[in-house]
Design a protein around this ligand. Structure first.
Ligand code: EPU
Length: 417
């Protein structure tokens, strides 16, 4: 298993380009299942999760044609097997995103129930409830969601909580349903809007994406389209944190401050200078950051996917911060690893109290999930001496060529086998 070896203490500096958003790409790859015409996607990042999703839809009969490194054409004209097997779903929960499109296009789907997850139980009851409201006959048998519907019918759906992939699944299903679907309490995440834009380019009739009430008028069929995936706001936020924590100065390109208000606000509060260009962000960090408290909430508030990275920067900031995680019940796994590097963190239920220390010391630590891994990388970049991060397959799920990008910014980071 690969590990990441970091020699800490170098302030990051220079320019680096951000990749396309993983969490926009995953649902958009599933959108190809809704049509028998080709869907061309650009700015697709090369990540393990993307490869898993391509394998998953590939075994359903979708043809994938690569066009260079970050562009491809998906053709679901030959879709013949509406099945998502356990082996694939267990490695990537986002596989559940095939459920809505398969049911809408094929009238049936058999999708393994995702199991538990390192950051929380993460049930999919809202996905099922919404599809049932649209007339689907759904039951769970031998660990699989078995779904059938001759044609889905428009419905008014109210989700119990804000769910990102739930909103995406239901929005995709509703594009081919008969009549109007209204999703109330919809997720407002930018990735939902990117998916809606792709679906609209495919002929879907969707309004309100980006708000908490999305209205979809079902159509008989969707057609092919070309869509460019939005920049990854969480990758961008992670590199901003890495630069901030190391006292660096960087320019991130192929990205923008749009969608990062809550994160940029906190970085400014921590003492960073940030300038936003149309397709770039420049950050200059102070010699020492100030501690910043935060509370994770659905968009547009502070994202749970940036909580771990901010915990890392608070570890070396001046003062004490309180971090409250409200989205997932078990998303503080990185804290114990950060403590191994010398951090002062106390966990109390869904609160973490982080008191900054003057410096961290390198050690061997273990990555437990994607964003936890990112926080360990940031901590390793600041720590004195050498940090070895084990189980970095988590990182490879969500950060494209991370060691290469960090090296471009002057960090001493090496992948070891
Ligand atoms: N929830 C339910 N029932 C459902 C759906 C969700 O109880 O049917 C709960 C979850 O357990 C959680 C909360 O609702 O407590 C919110 O979960 P949500 O459904 O929004 O999460 P998700 O759609 O599974 C996406 C991202 C996550 C990100 C969350 C929150 C993708 C592929 N994944 O997950 O990304 O943390 O939204 O913003 O879009 C990551 O990239 O590292 C990552 C985990």
């Amino acid at each position: 298993m690969d590990k990441l070896l970091i020699q800490g203490g170098v302030p990051l500096s220079g320019d680096v380009a951000m990749s396309g958003a993983k969490n926009a790409a995953l649902p958009i790859l599933c959108a190809c299942l809704l049509t028998n015409e080709p869907l061309r996607l650009k700015n697709l990042t090369q990540l393990n999760d993307i490869a898993t999703m391509l394998r998953l839809i590939g075994q359903m009969g979708v043809t994938v044609t690569m066009e260079g490194n970050d562009s491809l054409i998906l053709d679901a004209g030959g879709l013949n097997k509406p099945l998502a097997p356990y082996d694939m779903v267990k490695t990537m929960r986002a596989s559940i995103l095939v459920l809505g499109p398969l049911l809408a296009r094929c009238g049936e789907a058999r999708v393994s129930l995702p199991g538990g997850c390192a950051i929380g139980a993460r049930p999919v009851d809202q996905h099922i409830k919404g599809l049932q409201a649209m007339g689907a006959d759904i039951h769970v048998e031998q660990g699989y969601i078995q779904a059938r519907a001759t044609r889905l019918k428009g419905a008014r759906i109210f989700t119990d909580m804000v769910t990102v992939t739930g909103t995406e699944n239901l929005m995709m299903a509703a594009t081919l349903a008969e009549g109007e679907t209204i999703i109330e309490n919809a997720a407002r995440e930018p990735e939902v809007v990117d998916l809606a834009n792709c679906l609209i380019a495919m002929g879907a009739r969707i309004s309100g994406a980006g708000g908490d009430r999305i209205v979809i008028q079902g159509v008989e069929r969707l057609h092919g389209a070309t869509h460019s995936i939005m920049p990854d706001r969480i990758e961008t936020g992670t590199y901003l944190c890495a630069a901030a924590a190391t006292g660096g100065e960087v320019r991130l390109t192929h990205t923008a401050c749009d969608y990062l208000d809550a994160v940029i606000d906190k970085l400014r509060e921590a003492g960073c200078e940030i300038t936003c260009g149309p397709h770039e962000i420049w950050l200059k960090a102070p010699a020492r950051l100030k501690a910043v408290s935060l509370r994770t909430e659905p968009y547009p508030a502070f994202p749970t996917d940036m909580q771990a990275q901010f915990m890392a920067i608070n570890c070396v900031a001046e003062g004490t911060a309180i971090i409250r995680e409200t989205i997932f019940e078990n998303r503080f796994m990185h804290a114990v690893e950060l403590i191994r590097l010398g951090a002062n963190i106390r966990i109390d239920g869904s609160n973490a109290v982080v008191t900054g220390v003057p410096h961290l010391d390198g050690a061997t630590v273990m990555a437990t999930d994607l964003r936890a891994s990112a926080s360990l990388v940031i901590a390793g970049l600041v720590a004195q001496g050498e940090t070895l991060i084990e189980r970095i397959y988590h990182l490879d799920r969500g950060y494209e060529r991370i060691e290469e990008k960090l090296s471009r910014l002057g960090a001493s980071v090496r992948r070891v086998k």
